[in-house]
Design a protein around this ligand. Structure first.
Ligand code: F6R
Length: 255
């Protein structure tokens, strides 16, 4: 059993609860423990999930902790933050396929929801997804990554803080960061994402960031005046948001 008590430095800054870890092993182990703590203390079992490179070790750790507990199934409904548009649902580059590969092929869940990458009417799909989240009782625990430009979900710089699930044109920065993952198709330039307002409606939020490439976005989110130019800075309005980062991602913070 990992002893995590002294595995991180803890700070409260500008309404955010920040934990800085020396080791990824402890960071991801704690990130998963937060999920199990949530499930043991809250009736809301709707979990908002993120994808991307940051979350691959998270799902590996979640699967490993489930197996260690003899669990093959989690009694949760999962709602992914976002999905590319213009790809068939079984395209290897969709976030639906990512989730299948990293989690759902290994651990069963009660329900899993993700916007349809192949929706004929994307705006209708976006509003359907927002209504679905609300009709199921809202998100209890929302996990987030962060883009190098400070985006959360695919809420790019300039997005208003009260947006609900909507379609987006991805920014040049996001296209350049994510296109390396597209080996078999051109990266779509459009996506559906939960809005910042949708994200802020969650009871609890956990953002994970690792690596030096995220340090400026973390600095802007945590230390600078909140601004739509850095979408993650909106988390400071939430009141129950925790940020788990490694030392390189924290390296621009003046603590
Ligand atoms: C993905 C998502 C994005 C990513 C962010 C970081 O579902 O919501 O906001 O979390 O782009 O991606 P990585 O982890 O690949 O650097």
């Amino acid at each position: 059993m990992l002893q995590t008590k002294r595995a991180y430095t803890e700070k409260e800054i500008n309404g955010l609860h920040l934990r800085i870890y020396a080791s990824h092993q402890y960071l991801y182990s704690d990130a998963v423990k937060i999920l199990f703590n949530h499930l043991s203390t809250s009736k809301n079992r709707n979990i908002g999930l993120a994808t991307g490179a940051t979350f691959e070790p998270f799902y590996a750790e979640l699967v490993s902790q489930c197996k260690a507990m003899g669990k093959e199934r989690l009694e949760v409904n999962t709602f992914n933050l976002d999905e590319y548009l213009g790809l068939s649902r079984d395209d290897p580059n969709t976030y639906a396929t990512y989730m299948q590969r990293h989690l759902f092929s290994k651990i069963a869940v009660e329900g899993s929801f993700i916007p349809n990458s192949n929706a004929a009417y994307p705006e209708i799909e976006a509003s359907f997804y927002e209504n679905l989240i609300r009709s199921k009782g809202g998100i209890g625990l929302q996990y987030l990554g962060i883009g190098t430009n400070g985006h959360i979900g695919f809420n790019e710089p300039g997005t208003a803080t009260d947006t609900i699930t909507h379609t987006v044109e991805l920014s040049e920065s996001t296209i350049s960061s994510n296109s390396i993952y597209f080996k078999t198709a051109r990266m779509p330039h459009k996506a559906i994402t939960m809005g910042i307002g949708t994200i802020l409606s969650a009871d609890k939020i956990v953002l994970i960031a690792t690596g030096k490439s995220k340090s400026a976005a973390i600095m802007g989110s945590v230390m600078q005046d909140p601004s739509p130019d850095v979408p993650a800075s909106a988390l400071r309005m939430h009141g129950n948001a925790t940020i788990l980062i490694d030392a390189p991602a924290a390296s621009s913070l003046r603590l």
